[in-house]
Design a protein around this ligand. Structure first.
Ligand code: UDP
Length: 298
Protein backbone atom coordinates (compact mmCIF):
# COMPACT_ATOMS: atom_id res chain seq x y z
CA UNK A 1 0.00 0.00 0.00
CA UNK A 2 1.82 3.05 -1.34
CA UNK A 3 0.16 5.48 1.04
CA UNK A 4 2.33 4.35 3.97
CA UNK A 5 5.69 4.67 2.20
CA UNK A 6 7.91 7.07 4.23
CA UNK A 7 4.99 8.02 6.49
CA UNK A 8 5.43 8.12 10.27
CA UNK A 9 2.74 6.06 11.93
CA UNK A 10 1.92 5.66 15.62
CA UNK A 11 0.34 2.36 16.67
CA UNK A 12 -1.08 2.27 20.19
CA UNK A 13 -1.44 -1.27 21.48
CA UNK A 14 1.53 -2.30 19.33
CA UNK A 15 2.40 -5.33 21.46
CA UNK A 16 -1.12 -6.71 21.20
CA UNK A 17 -2.30 -9.48 18.93
CA UNK A 18 -3.68 -7.25 16.15
CA UNK A 19 -1.31 -4.34 16.87
CA UNK A 20 1.81 -6.42 16.35
CA UNK A 21 0.58 -7.77 13.01
CA UNK A 22 -0.31 -4.22 11.95
CA UNK A 23 3.22 -3.06 12.85
CA UNK A 24 4.69 -5.83 10.67
CA UNK A 25 2.47 -4.92 7.71
CA UNK A 26 3.24 -1.19 8.05
CA UNK A 27 6.98 -1.93 8.04
CA UNK A 28 6.53 -4.00 4.88
CA UNK A 29 4.69 -0.99 3.40
CA UNK A 30 7.84 1.06 4.18
CA UNK A 31 6.40 3.23 6.93
CA UNK A 32 8.35 4.42 9.97
CA UNK A 33 6.49 2.94 12.91
CA UNK A 34 6.35 4.03 16.51
CA UNK A 35 4.72 1.46 18.78
CA UNK A 36 3.33 2.24 22.23
CA UNK A 37 2.00 -0.28 24.72
CA UNK A 38 1.71 -0.40 28.51
CA UNK A 39 1.69 -4.23 28.36
CA UNK A 40 -1.48 -4.51 30.42
CA UNK A 41 -2.58 -7.21 27.98
CA UNK A 42 0.01 -6.77 25.21
CA UNK A 43 3.03 -9.09 25.18
CA UNK A 44 6.57 -8.17 24.12
CA UNK A 45 7.01 -11.63 22.63
CA UNK A 46 4.69 -10.43 19.84
CA UNK A 47 7.40 -7.91 18.89
CA UNK A 48 10.47 -10.02 19.65
CA UNK A 49 11.49 -10.12 15.97
CA UNK A 50 11.64 -6.30 16.00
CA UNK A 51 12.73 -5.35 19.51
CA UNK A 52 15.34 -6.63 21.95
CA UNK A 53 13.68 -6.35 25.36
CA UNK A 54 16.87 -6.91 27.41
CA UNK A 55 18.85 -4.29 25.51
CA UNK A 56 15.73 -2.07 25.24
CA UNK A 57 16.59 -1.52 21.61
CA UNK A 58 14.80 -1.91 18.32
CA UNK A 59 16.39 -4.24 15.81
CA UNK A 60 14.55 -2.68 12.86
CA UNK A 61 15.74 0.67 11.55
CA UNK A 62 12.21 1.99 10.95
CA UNK A 63 10.67 0.77 14.23
CA UNK A 64 10.71 2.30 17.69
CA UNK A 65 8.91 1.08 20.80
CA UNK A 66 7.92 2.98 23.92
CA UNK A 67 6.44 1.23 26.97
CA UNK A 68 3.89 3.75 28.17
CA UNK A 69 0.21 4.31 28.75
CA UNK A 70 -1.00 5.57 25.39
CA UNK A 71 -3.93 7.21 27.14
CA UNK A 72 -1.73 9.87 28.70
CA UNK A 73 -1.14 13.07 26.79
CA UNK A 74 1.34 11.93 24.08
CA UNK A 75 3.83 14.73 24.90
CA UNK A 76 4.65 12.67 27.99
CA UNK A 77 5.83 9.60 26.13
CA UNK A 78 6.50 10.39 22.47
CA UNK A 79 10.03 11.29 21.32
CA UNK A 80 10.16 15.08 20.70
CA UNK A 81 11.34 14.80 17.12
CA UNK A 82 8.42 12.63 15.98
CA UNK A 83 6.30 14.03 13.15
CA UNK A 84 3.11 12.04 12.89
CA UNK A 85 1.19 11.35 9.68
CA UNK A 86 -1.21 8.75 11.04
CA UNK A 87 -2.30 7.14 14.31
CA UNK A 88 -3.91 3.72 14.73
CA UNK A 89 -5.48 3.73 18.21
CA UNK A 90 -5.72 0.02 19.07
CA UNK A 91 -4.71 0.13 22.74
CA UNK A 92 -7.37 -1.50 24.95
CA UNK A 93 -7.96 -4.83 26.63
CA UNK A 94 -10.30 -6.61 24.22
CA UNK A 95 -11.41 -10.04 25.41
CA UNK A 96 -14.38 -10.10 27.81
CA UNK A 97 -12.45 -11.74 30.71
CA UNK A 98 -9.55 -9.29 30.27
CA UNK A 99 -11.55 -6.08 30.05
CA UNK A 100 -13.68 -7.22 32.97
CA UNK A 101 -10.45 -7.73 34.96
CA UNK A 102 -9.32 -4.19 34.03
CA UNK A 103 -12.57 -2.21 33.75
CA UNK A 104 -11.15 1.21 34.70
CA UNK A 105 -8.08 0.99 32.44
CA UNK A 106 -10.43 -0.16 29.68
CA UNK A 107 -12.89 2.74 29.87
CA UNK A 108 -10.09 5.29 30.35
CA UNK A 109 -8.02 4.27 27.32
CA UNK A 110 -11.07 4.30 25.03
CA UNK A 111 -12.46 7.62 26.26
CA UNK A 112 -9.87 9.88 27.93
CA UNK A 113 -7.11 8.19 25.90
CA UNK A 114 -8.92 8.84 22.62
CA UNK A 115 -9.60 12.43 23.68
CA UNK A 116 -5.94 13.01 24.63
CA UNK A 117 -4.60 11.56 21.39
CA UNK A 118 -6.98 13.63 19.26
CA UNK A 119 -6.29 16.80 21.27
CA UNK A 120 -2.56 16.26 20.78
CA UNK A 121 -3.01 15.74 17.03
CA UNK A 122 -5.22 18.81 16.75
CA UNK A 123 -2.54 20.94 18.43
CA UNK A 124 0.52 19.49 16.72
CA UNK A 125 -0.44 17.62 13.56
CA UNK A 126 -3.95 18.75 12.55
CA UNK A 127 -3.54 17.12 9.13
CA UNK A 128 -2.75 13.66 10.55
CA UNK A 129 -5.16 10.78 10.10
CA UNK A 130 -6.62 9.00 13.13
CA UNK A 131 -8.13 5.52 13.10
CA UNK A 132 -10.06 4.38 16.16
CA UNK A 133 -10.34 0.64 16.75
CA UNK A 134 -13.96 0.24 17.75
CA UNK A 135 -15.78 -3.05 18.03
CA UNK A 136 -18.78 -5.09 16.98
CA UNK A 137 -19.71 -4.81 20.67
CA UNK A 138 -21.05 -1.30 19.99
CA UNK A 139 -24.07 -3.24 18.66
CA UNK A 140 -24.50 -4.94 22.07
CA UNK A 141 -26.96 -7.83 21.73
CA UNK A 142 -28.19 -6.68 18.32
CA UNK A 143 -31.76 -7.01 17.09
CA UNK A 144 -30.75 -6.61 13.44
CA UNK A 145 -28.73 -9.26 11.53
CA UNK A 146 -26.24 -8.82 10.02
CA UNK A 147 -25.50 -5.42 11.53
CA UNK A 148 -25.13 -2.56 9.03
CA UNK A 149 -23.02 0.39 10.18
CA UNK A 150 -26.20 2.49 10.29
CA UNK A 151 -27.69 0.32 13.08
CA UNK A 152 -27.39 1.98 16.51
CA UNK A 153 -27.24 -1.16 18.59
CA UNK A 154 -28.86 -2.62 21.68
CA UNK A 155 -26.39 -2.09 24.52
CA UNK A 156 -26.76 -2.46 28.28
CA UNK A 157 -25.36 0.83 29.67
CA UNK A 158 -24.58 -0.69 33.08
CA UNK A 159 -23.65 -4.35 32.79
CA UNK A 160 -20.62 -6.66 32.78
CA UNK A 161 -19.61 -5.56 29.29
CA UNK A 162 -20.37 -1.85 29.62
CA UNK A 163 -16.82 -0.79 30.57
CA UNK A 164 -15.84 -1.93 27.07
CA UNK A 165 -18.98 -1.49 24.94
CA UNK A 166 -19.95 1.92 26.25
CA UNK A 167 -16.39 3.26 26.26
CA UNK A 168 -15.95 2.19 22.64
CA UNK A 169 -19.23 3.98 21.87
CA UNK A 170 -17.97 7.08 23.71
CA UNK A 171 -14.67 6.78 21.80
CA UNK A 172 -16.66 6.85 18.56
CA UNK A 173 -18.59 9.89 19.83
CA UNK A 174 -15.29 11.68 20.59
CA UNK A 175 -14.03 10.91 17.08
CA UNK A 176 -17.26 12.38 15.72
CA UNK A 177 -16.78 15.60 17.71
CA UNK A 178 -13.21 16.07 16.47
CA UNK A 179 -14.34 15.36 12.93
CA UNK A 180 -17.35 17.71 12.91
CA UNK A 181 -16.11 20.50 15.17
CA UNK A 182 -12.40 20.53 14.31
CA UNK A 183 -12.49 19.02 10.79
CA UNK A 184 -10.02 16.33 11.73
CA UNK A 185 -9.49 13.24 9.61
CA UNK A 186 -10.91 10.35 11.66
CA UNK A 187 -11.88 6.87 10.57
CA UNK A 188 -13.60 4.23 12.72
CA UNK A 189 -13.15 0.47 12.34
CA UNK A 190 -15.67 -1.75 14.10
CA UNK A 191 -13.67 -4.92 14.56
CA UNK A 192 -15.44 -8.27 14.83
CA UNK A 193 -14.02 -11.45 16.39
CA UNK A 194 -10.48 -11.92 15.00
CA UNK A 195 -8.11 -14.88 15.32
CA UNK A 196 -4.69 -16.01 14.19
CA UNK A 197 -1.09 -16.47 15.30
CA UNK A 198 0.01 -14.53 18.43
CA UNK A 199 -3.45 -14.39 19.96
CA UNK A 200 -2.86 -14.87 23.69
CA UNK A 201 -3.83 -18.53 24.35
CA UNK A 202 -4.99 -17.51 27.83
CA UNK A 203 -7.04 -14.46 26.89
CA UNK A 204 -10.30 -16.36 27.31
CA UNK A 205 -11.82 -15.87 23.87
CA UNK A 206 -13.55 -18.70 22.12
CA UNK A 207 -10.98 -19.57 19.40
CA UNK A 208 -7.87 -19.61 21.63
CA UNK A 209 -9.78 -21.41 24.41
CA UNK A 210 -11.13 -24.18 22.19
CA UNK A 211 -7.92 -24.53 20.17
CA UNK A 212 -5.82 -24.85 23.34
CA UNK A 213 -8.24 -27.40 24.83
CA UNK A 214 -8.32 -29.45 21.61
CA UNK A 215 -4.51 -29.48 21.42
CA UNK A 216 -4.34 -30.74 25.01
CA UNK A 217 -7.03 -33.38 24.39
CA UNK A 218 -9.32 -31.74 26.94
CA UNK A 219 -13.10 -31.31 26.57
CA UNK A 220 -14.06 -28.07 24.83
CA UNK A 221 -15.83 -25.49 27.00
CA UNK A 222 -19.11 -24.32 25.48
CA UNK A 223 -20.93 -21.55 27.31
CA UNK A 224 -24.70 -21.94 27.30
CA UNK A 225 -26.09 -24.39 24.72
CA UNK A 226 -23.63 -23.26 22.02
CA UNK A 227 -26.36 -21.97 19.70
CA UNK A 228 -25.08 -18.38 19.88
CA UNK A 229 -23.19 -17.35 16.76
CA UNK A 230 -20.09 -15.35 15.90
CA UNK A 231 -18.15 -14.50 12.73
CA UNK A 232 -14.39 -14.96 12.72
CA UNK A 233 -11.93 -12.86 10.77
CA UNK A 234 -8.36 -13.98 10.10
CA UNK A 235 -5.86 -11.43 11.39
CA UNK A 236 -4.10 -10.72 8.07
CA UNK A 237 -7.46 -9.89 6.44
CA UNK A 238 -8.29 -7.60 9.35
CA UNK A 239 -4.93 -5.81 9.12
CA UNK A 240 -5.43 -5.28 5.40
CA UNK A 241 -8.85 -3.81 6.16
CA UNK A 242 -7.39 -1.44 8.75
CA UNK A 243 -4.69 -0.26 6.36
CA UNK A 244 -7.17 0.28 3.53
CA UNK A 245 -9.49 2.20 5.82
CA UNK A 246 -6.61 4.46 6.84
CA UNK A 247 -5.16 4.96 3.37
CA UNK A 248 -8.16 5.39 1.08
CA UNK A 249 -8.95 9.13 0.75
CA UNK A 250 -12.70 8.73 0.51
CA UNK A 251 -12.82 6.76 3.79
CA UNK A 252 -12.26 10.03 5.69
CA UNK A 253 -14.95 10.32 8.37
CA UNK A 254 -16.31 6.83 7.66
CA UNK A 255 -17.25 4.08 10.10
CA UNK A 256 -16.70 0.58 8.70
CA UNK A 257 -17.42 -2.92 10.02
CA UNK A 258 -14.38 -5.18 9.58
CA UNK A 259 -14.97 -8.89 9.89
CA UNK A 260 -16.04 -12.02 8.12
CA UNK A 261 -19.67 -12.22 6.94
CA UNK A 262 -19.89 -16.03 7.57
CA UNK A 263 -21.81 -16.87 10.73
CA UNK A 264 -20.99 -19.97 12.85
CA UNK A 265 -22.63 -21.22 16.03
CA UNK A 266 -20.28 -21.88 18.94
CA UNK A 267 -21.12 -25.59 18.77
CA UNK A 268 -20.21 -25.65 15.08
CA UNK A 269 -17.02 -23.76 15.93
CA UNK A 270 -16.15 -26.43 18.51
CA UNK A 271 -16.71 -29.17 15.91
CA UNK A 272 -14.54 -27.41 13.29
CA UNK A 273 -11.70 -26.91 15.78
CA UNK A 274 -11.87 -30.48 17.14
CA UNK A 275 -11.75 -31.87 13.58
CA UNK A 276 -8.92 -29.57 12.50
CA UNK A 277 -6.80 -30.53 15.51
CA UNK A 278 -7.72 -34.16 16.11
CA UNK A 279 -8.99 -35.37 12.74
CA UNK A 280 -12.45 -36.10 11.27
CA UNK A 281 -13.06 -39.18 13.44
CA UNK A 282 -12.31 -37.46 16.74
CA UNK A 283 -15.06 -37.70 19.29
CA UNK A 284 -16.25 -34.25 20.32
CA UNK A 285 -16.22 -33.93 24.11
CA UNK A 286 -17.99 -30.84 25.42
CA UNK A 287 -17.96 -29.32 28.87
CA UNK A 288 -21.04 -27.13 29.15
CA UNK A 289 -20.65 -24.01 31.28
CA UNK A 290 -22.90 -21.11 32.25
CA UNK A 291 -23.48 -18.47 29.62
CA UNK A 292 -21.80 -15.22 30.75
CA UNK A 293 -24.14 -12.27 31.44
CA UNK A 294 -25.09 -10.12 28.44
CA UNK A 295 -23.46 -12.57 26.01
CA UNK A 296 -24.76 -11.54 22.56
CA UNK A 297 -26.83 -14.28 20.88
CA UNK A 298 -25.78 -13.42 17.31
N1 UDP B 1 -17.40 -19.00 24.47
C1 UDP B 1 -17.54 -20.37 24.72
N2 UDP B 1 -16.48 -21.05 25.27
C2 UDP B 1 -15.31 -20.44 25.58
C3 UDP B 1 -15.17 -19.05 25.32
C4 UDP B 1 -16.24 -18.37 24.78
O1 UDP B 1 -18.60 -20.96 24.45
O2 UDP B 1 -14.39 -21.13 26.09
C5 UDP B 1 -18.52 -18.28 23.84
C6 UDP B 1 -18.94 -16.98 24.53
O3 UDP B 1 -19.90 -17.19 25.51
C7 UDP B 1 -19.48 -16.18 23.35
C8 UDP B 1 -18.65 -16.65 22.17
O4 UDP B 1 -18.07 -17.89 22.57
O5 UDP B 1 -20.82 -16.51 23.11
C9 UDP B 1 -17.54 -15.69 21.79
O6 UDP B 1 -16.86 -15.31 22.96
P1 UDP B 1 -15.57 -14.45 22.97
O7 UDP B 1 -15.10 -14.39 24.38
O8 UDP B 1 -14.63 -15.00 21.96
O9 UDP B 1 -15.93 -12.99 22.49
P2 UDP B 1 -17.25 -12.11 22.29
O10 UDP B 1 -17.60 -12.28 20.84
O11 UDP B 1 -18.35 -12.61 23.20
O12 UDP B 1 -16.82 -10.73 22.64
Amino acid sequence: MDYFKNKTVLVTGAAGFIGSHLVDALLVAEARVLGVDNLITGRMENLQHLYDVEAKKSSHERFEFVQADAGKFPDEYLPVEVNLDAVFHLASPASPPRYQAHPVATYLINTVGTHNLLTYLKQKYPGARFLFASTSEVYGDPEVHPQPESYWGNVNPNGERSCYDESKRMGEAICGVFSRKYSMDVRIARIFNTYGPRIDPTDGRVIPNLATQALKGEPLTVYGDGSQTRSYCYVSDLVRGLMLLMSVDKAKGETVNLGNPEEHSIMETARIIEEAVRGPDAELKIEYMDLPKDDPTR
